[in-house]
Ligand binder design. Sequence first.
Ligand SMILES: C[S@@+](CC[C@H](N)C(=O)[O-])C[C@H]1O[C@@H](n2cnc3c(N)ncnc32)[C@H](O)[C@@H]1O
Length: 404
Amino acid sequence: MRLHRNLVFATIDALSDIFNEGKYADKVIANALKRDKRWGSRDRSFIAETTYDIVRWKRLYAEIAEVKEPFSRENLFRLFAVWATLRGIELPDWKQIEDTPTRRIKGKFDSLSQIRKFKESIPDWLDELGVRELGEETWTKEINALNNTAPVVVRTNSLKTSKENLKEEFLKENIETHSLKDYPEALELNERANVFRTKAFQDGFFEVQDASSQQVAHFLEVEPGMRVVDTCAGAGGKSLHLAALMENKGQIIALDIYGNKLKELKRRAKRAGAHNIETREIDTTKVIKKLYNSADRVLIDAPCSGLGVLSRNPDAKWKLQPEFIDRIKATQSEILDSYSKIVKSEGKMVYATCSVLPSENQEQVEKFLAREEGKNFRLIKDQKLLSSETGYDGFYMALLEKTS
Ligand SMILES: C[S@@+](CC[C@H](N)C(=O)[O-])C[C@H]1O[C@@H](n2cnc3c(N)ncnc32)[C@H](O)[C@@H]1O
């Protein structure tokens, strides 16, 4: 691979914004890609993938390069030189990376790879938490899997098309895909591509949605005609899937504390041809109280640490703080107590997270069932999806039934 100066410089600028200005990687990269209209898809993926790689491996590369934050421009080039060396890319004779000690880099990589927190490039606290929660053996496998680059998976929108037809539509744009056993609507791309530029996307034929996430709506056992409340709907990934499973029949009430996310949900619903979703912002507790004992099905896709989605969100390793995880756990139990009241007698509820920590998952459900608020519920089944076992995001989902 030949390195192009303007692409590398764009990558260095992006890294500076992410590491030194605390900006979000996805937003920074999206902006960086707008910089030069002449860049083709290879140039754009070089910038996106290299930036994400260096974000993912920040601790390991900084240790190898012997640099500390905040990173000067010179130090960002040293991180870049480590990235290139470890990938076997021949370094050009630019003054920013002259005298890169390639042998020493490889030697340090080998010795640091013996220590998990360096090998997997994670903060000390996260490594300790992972071991405490999952045990040494499972955590070692899981954090390794969460450092893989996430595959691109889409969910066929059965309101508009079939999986076979979508596959054909993709092929017309030279995008090859394959089906995934056990995920009825999923197609995985054989190679990364910008699917948002396709006609199939404009036509609402699919949503980009990880395979594990595609299991959640199925878990809720919805049927056409039901009244369903999606309590933490965000921009509506699961609401849209629920609408498709319900064949647009019945009612979905999508709630969130952020109105702007619900606006995005509405835009997506329009494109997807999902007509049975109504959005309501939770701006007072009245919004929830009005819904008490009214729903056949309730989905709580709870706010969480997001540790199950580190593959697609590597900068979360550096932005997450242990205090945030403690706070979000308190929110999860409040949400369970309050939103479970929306379920009507003999109705069902799914509690889901994109975390792999038992303390956000099965332990939250166990504690809820032991509290006054949970006394009329029973656990039907739950599923702990580890990235190391499935190859997709880490997720948890529990199906509960209100008995009276
Ligand atoms: C895991 S995300 C939801 C993702 C969404 N369901 C999807 O499939 O695209 C969790 C959502 O919970 C929302 N949230 C946070 N606190 C909340 C609360 N107290 N009540 C309702 N929603 C909340 C967040 O704004 C966020 O959109």
